[in-house]
Unconditional design. Structure first.
Length: 277
């Protein structure tokens, strides 16, 4: 999400893993506003702006954090489940919904089918690909589904796409130092030139192109979009312990104050972590 190149709206990461969220602990965030306030609003049939439930992450994107408790997370997802997908799709923001490990009877399944694009993240090993083969059959899904490989071996993208009959959109490198820098903070100069950052930029462009088709050559020119005068504020996230302000990430930070009205339907992208171990 931090690599999202389109600046017409603030990208929002929403945690929806029934086993519990990690954003609050990672960035020392409060759980409110967060998924708990979002679930309560949806339960009351309210539709406040999505940013009302979000907090700013160090990268500049907005994050809706979920309780780290599996019991609390499950209850909140159960409450929001029937309405979550439609609400996020109509939020006016590019939304990245992190469902963790998706199960056929999972509480977040209703949101999966509302997505513009569903991405399955998986290591290309025999055991994980076998599990994914069954997930692709068992889980309700939207029309547009793709796979993102984490690593290039032992099976490559062509082999996986042929075996699972599903397009592999991208392959991420195994870059542990880059992953640690992104998750825990550190040398942002290394992070910006790391393999992981470059690969994530490529993936963000692939997603944007996938969910935002190019306008027809015969269509009328789009109207000029003027920036909104008022700014949208979110609470600032604290950097991880031991990380100075100079070391915070600077991955294509988006400022809600410079967001503009959008002239097309924003994307709802769901990613599923089907890695094991």
């Amino acid at each position: 999400a931090a690599q999202w190149s389109q600046v017409n709206a603030v990208p929002v990461v929403v945690e929806a893993d029934a086993s519990g969220g990690v954003l609050a602990a990672r960035y020392e965030l409060s759980l409110t506003p967060g998924f708990v306030t979002l679930a309560e609003s949806l339960r009351k049939f309210e539709s406040p702006p999505l940013l009302d439930h979000a907090q700013r992450l160090p990268s500049g994107v907005a994050g809706v954090s979920l309780s780290p408790s599996a019991t609390a997370a499950g209850a909140q997802l159960r409450s929001a489940g029937p309405y979550l997908g439609t609400y996020l799709a109509d939020s006016g923001h590019p939304v990245f919904l992190d469902t963790g490990v998706a199960l056929p009877d999972g509480k977040v399944v209703p949101a999966l089918v509302a997505a513009d694009l569903l991405l399955w993240f998986v290591r290309p090993t025999r055991e994980e690909l076998l599990v994914l083969r069954h997930r692709l059959v068992e889980c309700p899904q939207p029309d547009d589904v793709g796979i993102v490989l984490v690593g290039k071996t032992p099976y490559n993208a062509d082999q996986v796409a042929e075996a699972l009959e599903t397009e592999v959109l991208h392959t991420l490198p195994i870059d542990r130092r880059g992953a640690d820098a992104a998750n825990l903070g550190g040398d942002d100069r290394y992070l910006r030139r790391s393999q992981l950052a470059r690969s994530c930029s490529q993936l963000a462009k692939i997603i944007a192109d996938r969910v935002s088709p190019a306008p027809s050559a015969t269509s009328a020119a789009p109207p000029v979009v003027q920036p909104k005068a008022e700014a949208v504020s979110m609470p600032e996230a604290s950097p991880p312990p031991g990380v100075s302000a100079d070391e915070q990430l600077e991955l294509s930070a988006h400022d809600p104050a410079h967001s503009t009205e959008i002239d097309h339907e924003p994307a709802l992208v769901v990613w599923v972590n089907d890695e094991r171990g």
